[in-house]
Design a protein around this ligand. Structure first.
Ligand SMILES: Nc1ncnc2c1ncn2[C@@H]1O[C@H](COP(=O)(O)OP(=O)(O)O)[C@@H](O)[C@H]1O
Ligand SMILES: [Mg+2]
Length: 335
């Protein structure tokens, strides 16, 4: 493909178009990006990159809606990965073989990415929280079935998490009480044998990128209040709100269960201050923290989202922030 040289820069957005939720910020950001005269915008997925570094990308020159996302296939163009001036990574975990290959290729070629590909590999699993024991609820990090079972016994009421899960898919509420393990379904407590639990743990350990499982103290107030999502742009808080949990499970899953106002407070700024050097060192320009409230009213750090931080509802509760403009301005600054 031949491009006009000049001030125009090529922005590649990496995402799995067909797996996106309707409320993914992708739609907002891509439509803002195409409105900028200095940007040519392309979308591709990790498996659109071939071993010879060519990329089968879709050129976006008209607004994309959730309903029309399938129609983009006709405007495919063959490019070289080096053709992109900036690559915006907006793809959910886990990192499969093709995504790992893309991240490593971007690193090898020195192509500017938001977030930094190496930083995503470093900070992209929940195990990174081990750096912040003072900010998280009581948490054990385990690489074996034995240690996981012992940790659940010691915590009692726990949430177990696959370290590279997302959208609530790799988390389970497990309780140990008087010699028995229990799981929960639609608010009902169900007895779980040690063998059944060991199988769940085995699968989580095998499937996760760093073969780690987290055993986290279960915060009862978290499932009532919901997650506070704090969005951080270039080290500063862009805004925050509460993500409401699913009424049946008490978990904030990938569905949109609604949002509530909850502006940043001193505790959020304190947590951000601790994280700031880590985000900076790893080139994480855009992150979203999940904070859960304990019964003592303290906000605990539960997750640092660096892959494809979702915060569409920040636009709903605070349209005046104009988040799409701020994010695309940030991308343009990196060009
Ligand atoms: N310690 C906890 N106590 C109670 N609920 C929790 C706890 N940790 C997570 N949850 C619930 O599970 C959801 C998913 O957990 P999270 O760690 O954010 O993983 P992910 O969003 O990657 O699936 C949270 O949004 C929250 O609703
Ligand atoms: Mg989360």
């Amino acid at each position: 493909m031949i491009f006009d040289e000049g001030a125009t820069k090529r922005l590649g957005i990496v995402t799995s178009l067909l797996e996106l939720d309707e409320q993914d910020t992708f739609f907002m950001f891509v439509n803002e990006a195409i409105s900028r005269t200095n940007l040519e915008v392309f979308v591709f997925d990790a498996d659109d990159l071939s071993k010879d570094d060519s990329v089968f990308a879709k050129r976006i020159d008209r607004p994309v809606t959730y309903e029309k996302r399938r129609d983009l296939g006709e405007r495919k163009v063959m490019m070289e990965i080096d053709d992109f001036d900036l690559v915006f990574l907006k793809k959910d975990p886990p990192i499969d073989a093709s995504y790992e290959y893309l991240l490593k290729t971007l690193l090898k070629k020195g192509i500017t990415t938001v977030n930094h590909a190496g930083g995503v590999l470093k900070m992209g699993t929940k195990s990174y929280l081990e750096n912040f024991p003072e900010l998280t609820p009581k948490t054990f990090y385990s690489k074996t079935i034995k240690k996981t079972l012992e940790s659940i016994k010691s915590v009692g009421n726990s949430m177990i998490k696959k370290s590279d899960s997302s959208g609530g898919r790799g988390v389970r509420h497990i309780r140990y009480n008087s010699g028995n393990f229990y799981r929960y379904r639609h608010g009902k407590e169900i007895l779980l044998s040690e063998e059944e639990l060991s199988l769940i743990i085995k699968k989580y350990l095998e499937d996760s990128l760093d073969k780690t499982i987290l055993i986290v103290e279960y915060l009862l107030s978290a499932s009532k209040r919901g997650d506070k999502r704090v969005v951080i742009l270039d080290g500063e808080i862009l805004g925050s709100y509460i993500r409401l949990p699913d009424v049946k499970t008490g978990v904030c899953d990938c569905l949109d269960n609604g949002a509530k106002f909850c502006d940043p407070n001193e505790a959020d700024h304190d947590i951000t201050k601790v994280l700031r050097p880590h985000l900076k060192n790893h080139g994480i320009g855009l992150a979203a923290l999940d904070l859960l409230v304990g019964k003592d009213g303290v906000e605990y750090l539960s997750e640092i989202n660096v892959f494809n931080p979702g915060f569409c509802n920040l636009d709903v509760v605070h349209p005046e922030l104009n988040i799409k403009k701020k994010i695309v301005d940030m991308l343009c600054r990196k060009l």
